[in-house]
Ligand binder design. Structure first.
Ligand code: DGY
Length: 438
């Protein structure tokens, strides 16, 4: 039986459809964003399998010569967005793009679709496989530096969790470029400034973009000499999970050479994971690579260790304890930042609000952990799904939600919220590829 909101969610995807790719939301996000597009395909798959594959193929169309899949494909300019293509000045696949990447969920989405659709799905996955493999090689080549055993990131925007307090150590260690030109933000015209990153943070985000632009987006220079270099549990765990899903695809597709290569990267990542374990916080935390300093709290990315299949018994137990402690503090879902830590801000973007895609990934990992006999993990996965359902039923398809009141924050009619409703949180979602995974 369809839920009454299923049709509303489907209408949001159709409204945000731009003939082959989906914008995250009108006005604030008028282009194609990388991980938004991948999550949105999970929703499309419940409505129209062909459209879901086109979403993923259009994302892969923006691949750069070096293998990077950029965080934004612009396709056109839009004076209502800042910083647009004229600020980034990067090109890939014949499109203006941004010069950085975004969390690599694509392989996991491709696997979910292929697994659900059998032979026709595997045939479509086979087309995307070499591009995804190139992208994963790119992370290894462009985002690993000597002395750090895990993948790094050169810009908070590359993590998708723009103004998380996770980035405070890296942002504190850099200065604003003294030649940064005055600029006019558009995001704070579309949304309440109190729900967006601060001006001081924007100055630093744009200083990093200026550095990348002035170095022709040479990725090795960004990683070696760029103003910001942190290791992110979000990108690390998502990439490790994506490698496991790419390995699944490689085996199904009979690609023995790539399978061996992917296995080597998985083993190296598993060995490096403890680099992100903060013994004081008893959690996986973001870390500034140059100083070694950890971020000061438990973020929603810390909880992705289950999704990545990483951590010993004590690390898993400690992570679950954090999730339970936080669940006592908020009414809905897993917030993006620890409500007991400094800088928690219930409505400010990644400093507190609940994001449905993070809750979906956390729940997917917990559910798998539960299948290995941990009943507490299963209960927490079910709770997160139920909370997401209650949030949407109560408030609508917002970009994110206040974890205390349940009110919507930032853009309404947001594509990945609608998509993950259809694919996961809706009571009618049990049979979708995404629900099978979570
Ligand atoms: C924005 O414009 O807010 C984006 O998060 C940058 O990717």
């Amino acid at each position: 039986m369809p839920h009454e909101l299923d049709a509303v969610a489907a209408a949001i995807l159709r409204k945000n459809d731009r003939d082959g790719f989906t914008i995250p939301a009108a006005r604030h996000y008028p282009f194609q964003w990388n991980w938004d597009s991948a999550f949105t395909a999970l929703g499309w798959a419940t409505l129209d399998a062909e459209r879901a594959w086109r979403e993923l193929e259009s994302l892969a169309d923006g691949q750069a010569d070096d293998g990077m899949l950029p965080h934004i494909i612009f396709r056109h300019d839009d004076a209502d967005y800042f910083p647009g293509p004229r600020v980034w000045r990067a090109q890939a696949g014949g499109h203006p793009v941004s010069g950085i990447s975004q969390p690599p969920v694509l392989a996991s989405v491709v696997r979910a679709l292929a697994e659900a659709q059998g032979a026709p799905g595997l045939a479509r996955a086979a087309e995307l496989f070499p591009k995804i493999l190139d992208w994963h090689r790119w992370w290894r080549r462009a985002r690993m530096v000597d002395g750090c055993p895990v993948v790094c990131t050169v810009h908070p925007w590359e993590t998708g969790r723009d103004n998380s307090p996770d980035w405070h150590p890296g942002l504190a260690a850099m200065t604003v470029d003294p030649q940064l030109q005055p600029y006019r933000r558009k995001d704070t015209e579309h949304s309440a400034p109190a729900e967006r990153p601060s001006g001081a943070e924007y100055d630093k985000y744009l200083s990093i973009v200026k550095f990348g632009r002035e170095h022709g987006w040479r990725q090795e220079v960004l990683a070696r000499d760029g103003p910001f270099l942190m290791a992110d549990p979000g990108v690390f765990f998502i990439l490790l999970r994506a490698e496991r899903d790419l390995l699944w695809l490689a085996r199904r597709l009979g690609r023995g050479g790539p399978a061996a290569e992917i296995e080597t990267r998985i083993t190296a990542a598993e060995r490096g994971a403890d680099y992100l374990w903060n013994a004081d916080a008893r959690a996986y935390c973001a870390r500034d690579v140059r100083s070694g300093r950890f971020a000061p709290g438990f973020s929603s990315a810390s909880a992705l260790c289950f999704y990545a299949g990483v951590g010993g018994a004590q690390q898993r137990r400690a992570t679950l304890q954090h999730l339970r402690r936080i669940a006592q503090k908020v009414r809905f879902g897993q917030p993006s930042w620890d409500p007991d830590a400094a800088h928690f801000d219930r409505r400010r973007y990644w400093c507190g609000p609940v994001w449905c895609q993070m809750n979906y990934l956390i729940a997917a990992g917990l559910r798998e952990r539960g299948e290995q006999g941990d009943a507490g993990a299963t209960a927490m996965a079910e709770k997160l799904r139920g909370d997401l359902r209650r949030l949407v039923e109560r408030t609508g398809f917002y970009e994110c939600f206040d974890p205390l009141s349940g009110d919507g924050c930032l853009s309404a009619d947001f594509s990945w919220t609608a998509a993950l409703w259809l694919a996961w949180a809706s009571p009618s979602a049990r049979k979708t590829p995404a629900a099978a995974a979570a």
